[in-house]
Design a protein around this ligand. Structure first.
Ligand SMILES: Cc1ncc(COP(=O)(O)O)c(C=O)c1O
Length: 459
């Protein structure tokens, strides 16, 4: 018998030490392992995750083509912050910022300022910080207090905005959504803003439901408020998802730098920008919109490069992947991919809307995301959490969750359609939903309720 403690490559893989015995929990093991053993253990543990392609909860990219994967591996060792050492990657980042600025109809894309980030959360925080600094600089210049900044936003904002307000000590003034005002649309905005308002956030693609907030209408309301009160309040657009959908699917919709009040926009390269996780973008309408005192200058090719970020090190590969996709797809390709996702979303929404117990919240025609809820008349024997659990048994990850505070009694279920959910796969999903709904409708008593069937989905 060979000694299993000898690290002999020929040991049958699942009988080697490490595979045959378990590693210590929560402690770094004392001894080395063969790379293939350690690989196999990590690989096998991650098999217990859900299937990323069937994860219809996430907005974040789960598929890229082979050339992108090749580039990803080639560039995995590049740190985005090493601009002096990787000037070509730094130049690609600058090019991408201008491309994104042009995509969002900046008047002079070459005179904009922006940066890649680790995601929309960092990008949104930079946008928020710039508005706060602009406001406080103006207040200081006028000899006024800068003690109590506030930000006005929908109660359905993504958690990154709550973090921004908490971390950077800004009062969050939430405008509640309701069945009459499903998004922040300017209704009663005058009650929320005052001289301490650093800005209003409009969301292009609300996380809970996928709906667009009407930026132009909100801006018109702020014009009226300015006329009445003299307050000149800027808008930051959180285009985490919509920033890469609207330019292709609704090019005539004015929500971006065509609206004068929009000073900055963030998006996630890793959502509908179609890159793997780890990339966001923020762009200001022009250099004046971003206060100079937030910018750090680093040495770059003997010159000086402006940087603006919360993180220091982060992957450079994602930026190269974004550039690859801009070249690979162009406007035509992006339009084709996004329109296809939108048409799959609208198809699914229509079919789900026809099912007896359901009422649609929206139809997937803004970003390819939609949500539905149970009609009042639906059976009380089951909930959308039960449907989510049954779909999970088949591999589909489709979360149910309560709406934000003022509508918290309403539970919705949401599907995010991304590149990779084909019409064919969507048809299979519909079949599974129909089967599970039929099963639940036949129940002659309530499903048992415990914490597991009412778990919270975190946005
Ligand atoms: C509207 C909105 N803003 C911000 C974010 C945060 O984005 P990220 O995950 O890229 O940090 C999300 C994520 O879903 C979002 O939907």
């Amino acid at each position: 018998m060979p000694n299993v403690n000898d690290d002999i490559e020929a040991n049958p893989i699942f009988t080697r030490p490490g595979e045959a015995t378990s590693y210590p929990a929560n402690r770094i093991p004392q001894n080395e392992s063969l790379p293939s053993t350690a690989y196999q253990v990590v690989h096998d543990q991650s098999m217990l995750d859900g299937n990323a392609r069937l994860n219809l909860a996430t907005f974040v990219g789960t598929w890229m083509d082979d050339e992108a994967t090749k580039l990803y591996v080639e560039a995995a060792d590049k740190n985005m912050v090493d601009k002096d050492e990787y000037p070509a990657t730094a130049a690609v980042e600058t090019t991408c910022v201008k491309m994104v600025a042009a995509m969002w109809n900046a008047k002079d894309p070459d005179n904009t300022i922006g940066t890649s980030t680790i995601g929309s959360s960092e990008a949104a925080m930079l946008g928020g910080l710039a508005m706060k600094r602009k406001w406080s600089n103006a207040r200081k210049a006028a000899g006024k207090s800068t003690e109590k900044p506030n930000l006005v936003l929908s109660s359905a904002v993504q958690v990154c905005w709550e973090k921004f307000c908490n971390y950077f000590e800004v009062e969050a003034r939430f405008v509640p959504i309701s069945l009459e005002h499903k998004v922040l649309d300017g209704y009663e905005l005058e009650k929320y803003v005052d001289e301490n308002t650093i800005g209003v956030v409009c969301i292009m693609g609300v996380t809970y439901t996928g709906m667009y907030e009407p930026v132009k209408e909100v801006s018109a309301k702020l014009d009226q408020i300015q006329k009445d009160t003299g307050l000149d309040i800027p808008i930051h657009v959180d285009g985490a998802s919509g920033g890469f959908i609207a330019p292709f699917c609704q090019p005539d919709l004015e929500w971006d730098f065509r609206v004068d009040r929009v000073v900055s926009i963030n998006t996630s390269g890793h959502k509908y920008g179609l890159v793997y996780p780890g990339l966001g973008w923020v762009v200001w309408r022009d250099k004046e919109a971003c206060p100079d005192d937030l910018i750090f200058y680093v040495s770059y090719l003997g010159g000086s490069e402006a940087t603006l970020a919360l993180n220091f090190s982060r992957p450079g590969s994602q930026v190269l992947l974004q550039y690859y996709l801009f070249l690979r797809l162009g406007y035509e390709g992006y339009t084709r991919v996004q329109s296809n996702s939108r048409s799959v979303a609208m198809y699914l929404a229509e079919e789900i809307g026809k099912m007896e117990p359901f009422e649609l919240w929206n139809d997937g025609s803004d970003i390819p995301v939609f949500a539905w809820y149970l009609k009042d008349s639906a059976s009380k024997n089951w909930s959308l959490y039960d449907l989510a659990d049954r779909l999970r048994l088949k591999g589909w990850l489709i979360p149910a969750y309560p709406m934000p505070d003022d509508l918290a009694d309403l539970t919705v279920q949401r599907i995010v359609v991304r590149n990779g959910l084909s019409h064919d796969l969507a048809t299979k999903l519909l079949g599974d939903i129909k089967d599970d709904v039929a099963f639940l409708q036949k129940l002659d008593g309530p499903m048992p309720r415990d914490a597991a069937t009412t778990h919270q989905f975190a946005h």
